[in-house]
Ligand binder design. Structure first.
Ligand SMILES: CC(C)(COP(=O)(O)OP(=O)(O)OC[C@H]1O[C@@H](n2cnc3c(N)ncnc32)[C@H](O)[C@@H]1OP(=O)(O)O)[C@@H](O)C(=O)NCCC(=O)NCCS
Length: 170
């Protein structure tokens, strides 16, 4: 169970505020090229992105969910990170992360994911999985930087994906 907000060196992890976050996050969720590795792809309109944020906010339960990433210095929403039952079904807990393209490759996904993993280990969770489409090199690199191990291929939302996992450190 993750208690919010969580602060990292450069980010705050907090619940989504759909009205405030939809515009900034539409830079990613409205971008078909950037969303090509995400099941369901991009949202055409910003109100669809807002609806997605409202759905995600409503899905959070038992301390699991998908939350906003906000830059501490600027207050700008720059993405999302989450831990939730795999494909919202479980039983394993899945790690996921999204960052808007204008903030890519600054280490934000890795920084946010590290913070939620540490919080999860502290809370007693002992195993986390993550999935990505095989060609999603940036996402796979984040998993590697987190110390996750490639387990192999599996199916996820009717797609072929690679699956990584990590155990709580001793
Ligand atoms: C995947 C994503 C969250 C990464 O966010 P980020 O904040 O840029 O990630 P980080 O900066 O922590 O790390 C990215 C790493 O991938 C590397 N990378 C980026 N693009 C790459 C590419 N095309 N090929 C190989 N490596 C790549 C970066 O160099 C960096 O590694 P490094 O620190 O060793 O240099 C972001 O690209 C994104 O939101 N993509 C769209 C949504 C998505 O695919 N989410 C993941 C779903 S599984």
């Amino acid at each position: 169970m993750i208690r919010l907000p969580l602060e990292t060196e450069r980010l705050v992890i907090r619940p989504f505020e759909p009205e405030r976050d939809a515009g900034p996050l539409h830079e990613l969720w409205g971008n078909a090229e950037a969303m090509r590795f995400i099941p369901g792809g991009a949202k055409a309109r910003v109100d669809e992105t807002r609806g997605r944020l409202e759905t995600l906010r409503g899905r959070g339960r038992d301390g699991w969910g998908f939350w906003a990433l906000e830059e501490r210095e600027s207050g700008r929403p720059v993405g999302g990170v989450g831990l939730f039952p795999l494909n919202w079904e479980g039983p394993q807990i899945e790690l996921a992360y999204h960052v808007v393209p204008s903030a890519w490759n600054r280490g934000y996904a890795s920084e946010a994911a590290t913070a939620v993993l540490v919080a999860a280990w502290d809370d007693g969770l002992d195993h986390v999985v993550a999935v990505a489409m095989p060609g999603n090199a940036a996402s796979r690199r984040v998993m590697e930087k987190l110390g996750m191990t490639l387990e192999g291929s599996t199916r996820y939302r009717e797609l072929d994906v690679v699956r990584y996992s990590i155990e709580r450190p001793d």
